[in-house]
Design a protein around this ligand. Structure first.
Ligand code: NAD
Length: 296
């Protein structure tokens, strides 16, 4: 099978590497020279444009920053849907709004091309280790066809429903994550200010009803979890600007169906403030800095 992989950044580069390690034939394209270089070093075939990568492909995988990039790659001037043969498969693993992938799917289906949304959870560590969770929106037949390929990059491949359902699952999960991280940060900062040792407090939370991923795997207080971004200056994690993007998607989607997302709207403002203060690239657990005294 020939695969075209478009978007070889922090996530896509590592995912494409796992496909190459599994012996698949991968043609890749990215706007970034550095991304292309890493892909070439891993044994990928470098292409000059999305169409160049897609013209021989049986499957296209995209891992791009946001909806406008995904639209450009599928439907734009150099869009892959123009050159893909009927019967080919497309997987978009970017995190975008559910409506955009449904719109792209309508065009793809008119050309007899199958497409699914398959956003991921697991971050760059999961991408590297091939242990991502894929949340797939597709009909049954397409799901069964994409699953073996996704299994080279992830360990949980979940069928969420029809096209768009994967993105719904993803934005709801990250809505909860953004809120729970802020809640843990608020509780940890309050406890320490009141005089409890942070290790003791985390120990209690993690054996009590406040326990969650943000408290026991990725605690925002430094050196509670040695592998967490908080223990390395909030570097190399899930960037605050990406969390802000995901909360924006959840709030926008909620607005479309007139559903309240009260806490989501509040934490969106906190992450917005962090980005405005120049911390957009720090891990989102650095939200705890909103609760600590400013350094002199
Ligand atoms: P990234 O910015 O590192 O990579 C995106 C890549 O897309 C870049 O290399 C960029 O040059 C390339 N690109 C942009 N426009 C392009 C175009 N028109 N043609 C070809 N290449 C193009 O971002 P990332 O961290 O890899 O995230 C990718 C997606 O995965 C995002 O939607 C993000 O929300 C989602 N995601 C990221 C993480 C994470 O931990 N980083 C976790 C889960 C989901």
């Amino acid at each position: 099978m020939n695969i075209a992989f478009i978007g070889l950044g922090n996530m896509g580069g590592r995912m494409a590497h796992n496909l190459l390690k599994a012996g698949l034939n991968v043609h890749g394209y990215d706007l970034s020279e550095v991304a292309i270089q890493h892909f070439a070093e891993a044994g990928g075939v470098v292409c000059d444009s999305p169409q160049d990568a897609a013209k021989q492909a049986d499957m296209v995988i995209t891992m791009l920053p946001a909806a406008k990039h995904v639209k450009e790659v599928y439907l734009g001037e150099n869009g892959v849907l123009e050159v893909l043969k009927a019967g080919s498969l497309c997987i978009d693993s970017s995190t975008i709004d559910p409506q955009t992938i449904k719109d792209i799917a309508a065009v793809a289906h008119s050309k007899n091309i199958k497409i699914c949304d398959a956003p991921v959870s697991g971050g760059t560590i999961g991408a590297q280790a091939g242990t991502l969770t894929f949340m797939v929106g597709a009909d049954d037949q397409t799901f069964n066809e994409v699953k073996p390929v996704l299994s080279h990059m992830g360990k949980n491949i979940v069928h969420c429903g029809d096209v768009g359902a994967g993105q719904i699952a993803k934005i709801c999960n990250n809505l909860i994550l953004g809120i729970s991280m802020a809640a843990v940060a608020e509780g940890m900062a309050l406890g320490v200010k009141l005089g409890i040792d942070p290790q003791a407090l985390a120990g209690v939370i993690n054996t009590s009803s406040g326990r969650c991923w943000s408290s026991d795997v990725c605690n925002p207080w430094p050196h509670i979890n040695e592998n967490a971004p908080a223990s390395r200056g909030y570097q190399d994690g899930f960037a605050t600007q990406l969390m802000l993007k995901d909360l924006g998607l959840a709030v926008e989607a909620a607005g479309q169906v007139k559903q309240p997302v009260v806490l989501g709207g509040m934490v969106q403002q906190l992450y917005q403030q962090m980005c405005m203060r120049g911390n957009a690239n720090l891990d989102f657990s650095s939200i705890i800095q909103q609760y600590l005294p400013q350094e002199a």
